[in-house]
Design a protein around this ligand. Structure first.
Ligand code: LLP
Length: 435
């Protein structure tokens, strides 16, 4: 039901379910995987491992799906995956971009995305971040707290800039997902709570304040949510709060889940959008609706390629297959118990008869990528091993733990492989170290 639950995926010897791969994936007559017309093993020969390989057409298609449903009010949540090339793709395809820090804002501006297409989020924006957002004239600031309203008022007193804002509210919906990514329930650090009256008080304050122009309400109930009825319920609760206010905009956040492992299925962005639109009509919402998908745009667009470095067989216990990355390029299994699949790009349609634990190269036992993976029985040291659906919250949540170098990112399209983020170097590790 949920890719972030701690359940072990259904264990079969089946080949990798094809729908977990990026849209333009294909298998050659020799069984080798290509993405965007680029052979995965050729990419490894050129760029090394670990390597994030994105299907550019897949990213663009998901952006177009969101824009087809919600026009310019479809906003890409860049926390899922961001680099300049990604920001440009989302913008070129017509999406706005949700930035949740000064850093994300900086990357989007550096990519040439006009500031008015940015939506600035965060539960604890600093004065410096708010000042930057206002001076750059970002499209919307999503105000999360009374303290933030106070900061905007004092900035206004010094420069007179009046940003358009949304107020983020917590509608009191408990989405069925991992507790770390559930955000709609009352007990949350985010937003103004509806049930306590804080949300209504914030609306009154914002409407009376000369420092902000309140244009709408925002809510985000959580991430990796598969149950569309959670979204429909959220829209209903939001309507009860927002309809009487008569504001022009209502943003219902992101959160659409994606399948990570065999047996999982999720609605498409188009299906999700249709459910939100129907719920909005049923609830009598007149405001323009906006969405903010992140994961559903980027997750399935990428695979991570690793090289198998060691295999340790413990008879009667298990086999450990160690790759040249780990929790520094994908912390999700360790953080949330998230499940992934594995396969060999040299034989993408092969049966996967062996059960192994796939681990990284970090100095701790918790560093696992797949607790119980199905892999082809002929896997050997030196093989390139891939994990699909790593395009969201992988590269973006990566770290330099153990001073491991962050992997490069390649965008593939029509047979061209474009290096959009290069591999870090040892000197990069020292670039902020003043000795
Ligand atoms: N809008 C807001 C205000 C958000 O906080 C988020 C995600 C999104 C949109 C996008 O949600 P998506 O469509 O990607 O579900 N690191 C976690 C996910 C954290 C999500 C945080 N907020 C993970 O790896 O599962």
């Amino acid at each position: 039901m949920n890719g972030d639950s701690v359940v072990t995926p259904v264990q079969t010897s089946n080949p990798l379910p094809w729908h977990l791969l990026p849209d333009t994936s294909s298998a050659g007559p020799d069984g080798r995987l290509s993405i965007g017309g680029c052979d995965a093993l050729d990419l490894v020969a050129e760029f090394g491992t670990p390597l994030f390989v994105y299907d550019e057409e897949h990213l663009r298609a998901r952006c177009r799906e969101a824009v087809a449903a919600f026009g310019s009010h479809a906003t890409y949540a860049s926390k899922a995956f961001l680099c300049k090339a990604m920001a440009r793709i989302a913008f070129e395809e017509g999406m706005g971009i949700d930035v949740a820090s000064g850093g994300e804002m900086h990357v989007c501006l550096a990519a040439g995305v006009p500031a008015d297409r940015l939506v600035f989020h965060g539960n604890n924006k600093s004065v410096a971040e708010l000042a930057l957002a206002r001076q750059e004239r970002v499209g919307r600031i999503v105000v999360d707290s009374d303290d933030e309203l106070g900061r905007l008022e004092s900035l206004y007193r010094s420069d007179g800039i009046v940003p358009d804002i949304l107020l983020r509210i917590t509608p009191g919906i408990k989405a069925e997902t991992h507790e770390y990514v559930a955000t709609g329930q009352d007990d949350s650090k985010f937003g103004f709570t509806v049930s306590t009256g804080a949300a209504k008080a914030a609306v009154d304050r914002a409407q009376e304040s000369p420092a902000v122009n309140l244009v709408g309400i925002h809510a985000h109930i959580g991430s990796q949510v598969f149950r569309v009825d959670s979204f429909a319920a959220a829209v209903g609760v939001l309507a009860d709060f927002a309809n009487p206010l008569g504001l022009p905009e209502l943003v219902v956040g992101g959160g659409l889940g994606v399948p990570y492992v065999e047996g999982e299925e999720a609605p498409s962005i188009t299906q999700w959008s249709a459910i939100i639109k129907k719920a909005a009509v049923d609830a009598g919402i007149k405001a323009t609706i906006g969405i903010e998908p992140g994961r559903s745009v980027a997750a399935a667009a990428a695979v991570t390629l690793y090289t198998v470095g060691t295999v340790k067989n413990l008879p009667g216990i298990r086999s450990y297959v160690a790759v040249d990355g780990g929790m520094s390029d994908n912390p999700r299994p360790v953080l949330y118990g998230s499940g992934y699949e594995a396969f060999l790009p040299r034989a993408v349609t092969a049966e996967r008869a062996d059960r192994v634990r796939i681990v990284g190269k970090h100095c701790e036992s918790g560093d696992l990528l797949i607790r119980q993976a199905s892999v082809p029985a002929d896997l050997v040291v030196g093989d390139v091993l891939a994990t699909p659906v790593t395009g969201a919250y992988g590269h973006s949540m990566g770290s330099n733990y153990n001073k491991i170098l962050r992997p490069p990112v390649v965008f593939c399209r029509d047979g061209d492989a474009r290096l959009v983020v290069r591999r870090e170097t040892y000197d990069d590790l020292l670039s902020t170290d003043l000795g």
